[in-house]
Ligand binder design. Structure first.
Ligand code: KIV
Length: 290
């Protein structure tokens, strides 16, 4: 029986009910690319809270606790100020709210770049304190030694190449990568290095499509695209972009709803009722015993 717990949605309080469900594993995700191609693409979305994880879990192979939570949840200007403590708190919430998907947690900026040993110290805290199945880190050739160090010590690593948001200051913005021959060749070399180092999968973000297609065909590990190509072995999006929480819609996002507008409409209805004193009504008030 699974040792993970499902929340009780009726009370919205954590009510630990053991679920007899088997959680997917990293090797199971890797096996989806048996023989060099993926029959059914892998589905990954970001999740930052327990309730969000609970809603997404039945539909996803992997849930990513992305450091994009810096902007999405905390209103920060970039992912750079995100801390290990923030990632651990949200990672643990997502693991508590899910029982099917593989949960991967981002290593935040500054928590892994110094040395493989620093990366192991940070990643092992994430694994121990959240119950996640692996970590994701940004960088290609420069991070190969670190990926290999973690993978050899029992920590599954998802690579992240192409447009790497933690390097926004060095890249000069969030524009798609790989338009020059030099950059194109560098991203291909990054993908190969990450796979050779032992990453179990790699996110390819914001690149011209031929790069994603070439890497998907060349690498034995699954490629997960975001702003990359439908030919990738899987896709990931920031959930809040996909459900329409924000007005700005990046080119690579498909909006499947307008949840931001819906929340605004519901708040307006509530405000109207409060001002008209029609909320609370008899149904929502307590009376003394007759
Ligand atoms: O932080 C994040 O959400 C990510 C995805 C966009 C891939 O890294």
């Amino acid at each position: 029986m699974s040792t993970t717990f499902q929340l009780d949605t009726a009370t919205s309080r954590a009510n630990p009910t053991p679920q007899p469900m088997k959680r997917l594993t990293v090797p199971a995700i890797q096996r989806r690319k048996a023989g060099g191609s993926t029959q059914e693409p892998l589905v990954m979305l970001t999740a930052y809270t327990a309730r969000q994880a609970q809603l997404l879990d039945p539909h996803c192979d992997m849930l990513l606790v992305g450091d994009s939570l810096g902007q999405v949840i905390y209103g920060l200007p970039s992912t750079l100020p995100v801390t290990l403590e923030m990632m651990i708190a949200h990672g643990a919430a997502v693991v508590r709210g899910s029982y099917h998907a593989v949960v991967i947690v981002d290593l935040p900026f500054g928590s892994y770049e110094v040395s493989p040993q620093q990366a192991f110290a940070s990643a092992s805290r994430i694994m121990a304190e959240t119950g996640a199945a692996g970590v994701k880190l940004e960088g290609g050739i420069a991070m190969a030694e670190t990926i290999s160090f973690l993978a050899q010590r029992g920590i599954p690593v998802m690579g992240h190449i192409g447009l790497t948001p933690q390097a926004v200051n060095a890249l000069g913005g969030y524009a798609a990568r790989g338009r020059s021959e030099e950059e194109h060749a560098k991203i291909l070399a990054d993908g190969e290095a990450v796979a050779r180092a032992g990453a179990f999968a790699v996110v390819i973000e914001g690149v011209v499509e031929p790069i994603a297609v070439t890497l998907t065909q060349a690498l034995s590990i699954p490629t997960i695209g975001i702003g990359a190509s439908a030919q990738c072995d899987g896709q990931v999006l920031v959930t809040e972009d996909m459900i329409g929480m924000f007005d700005r819609v990046p080119r690579f996002v498909r909006r499947y709803g307008a949840i931001g507008d819906a929340i605004g409409d519901l708040a307006a209805q509530y405000a109207k009722d409060v001002k008209a004193r029609t909320f609370p009504s008899a149904d929502q008030t307590y009376q003394p015993k007759a």
